[in-house]
Design a protein around this ligand. Structure first.
Ligand SMILES: Cc1cc2nc3c(=O)[nH]c(=O)nc-3n(C[C@H](O)[C@H](O)[C@H](O)COP(=O)(O)O)c2cc1C
Ligand code: SF4
Ligand code: SF4
Length: 206
């Protein structure tokens, strides 16, 4: 899926996310925030200017969020996304209300919406993690020019082909290719077992 599709998935399939910000003491704070809209320019949510959540967003200009779809762990897809936010004001409020009509129940009158303001998450990177698949499936994505850093475990040329790593891999996601181990990145749990047992120090973590 493209980054835009992942953002759409957050809005349409997860919607209520757990969002983390940092307070004035540098400590993390989480709260539940609905992701109400996405387009080619980012992800949009709203809050009220009186909330301490608003203050934390303005102070740091950064948010991290996670959400999941699925009833139990083995049926679950989780998506996380973190990046830069900016306040874009009330201009997009009508769009957000139109797409999320339940908001008319929470803020029923025009006057009661005066304190509301919209934020745009315009640049960031994220991760998709699907526990419903066997082996698990994961992917990473970036948006708005953020770097999509390749993270995880990788086998270097020092591999001697002993296969020790394969016997400890919980997802059986290590293949042999030309006598060397290759990790299927989209199935890897990042547990680190392979790096621990490798006699050649050939598995590195990025
Ligand atoms: C399902 C659900 C969705 C919520 N969505 C939002 C939201 O989109 N924007 C918002 O400002 N607060 C939302 N809230 C309320 C916040 O979670 C709550 O105001 C937040 O904890 C306040 O944080 P603060 O006291 O640190 O400002 C939602 C609460 C629930 C239960
Ligand atoms: S990190 Fe864990 S899941 Fe990934 S390849 Fe190594 S052993 Fe397998
Ligand atoms: S344990 Fe290390 S040396 Fe052996 S196959 Fe795996 S990566 Fe290669």
């Amino acid at each position: 899926m493209t980054a835009e599709n992942y953002l759409k998935y957050i809005v349409e399939q997860i919607h209520s996310t757990v969002a983390a910000t940092v307070d004035e003491d540098g400590l993390p704070v989480t709260c539940v925030i609905d992701m109400m809209y996405s387009d080619e320019n980012g992800l949009y949510f709203l809050t009220a200017r009186g909330k301490s959540f608003y203050k934390r967003l303005k102070d740091k200009g950064f948010i991290a969020l996670s959400g999941k779809k699925g009833e139990d762990t083995m049926n679950c897809v989780a998506v996380s996304f973190r990046g830069k936010v900016k306040e874009i004001g009330s201009g997009m409020l009508p769009v957000l209300f139109e797409k999320n009509p339940y908001m008319y129940e929470i803020y029923p009158t025009e006057d009661s919406r005066k304190a509301l303001t919209v934020f745009q998450l315009y640049e960031g990177s994220g991760e998709w993690f699907d526990l419903s698949k066997k082996p698990i499936e994961r992917d990473s994505f970036s948006f708005g020019g953020a770097e999509n850093k390749a993270s995880g475990y990788f086998v270097t040329d020092s591999c001697i082909g002993c296969c020790d790593c394969r016997s400890v891999c919980p997802q059986s996601c290590i293949d042999m290719n030309g006598g060397k181990a290759v990790i299927r990145q989209h199935n890897c749990l990042h547990c680190g077992n392979c790096a621990e047992v490798c006699p050649a120090g050939a598995v590195i973590v990025r």
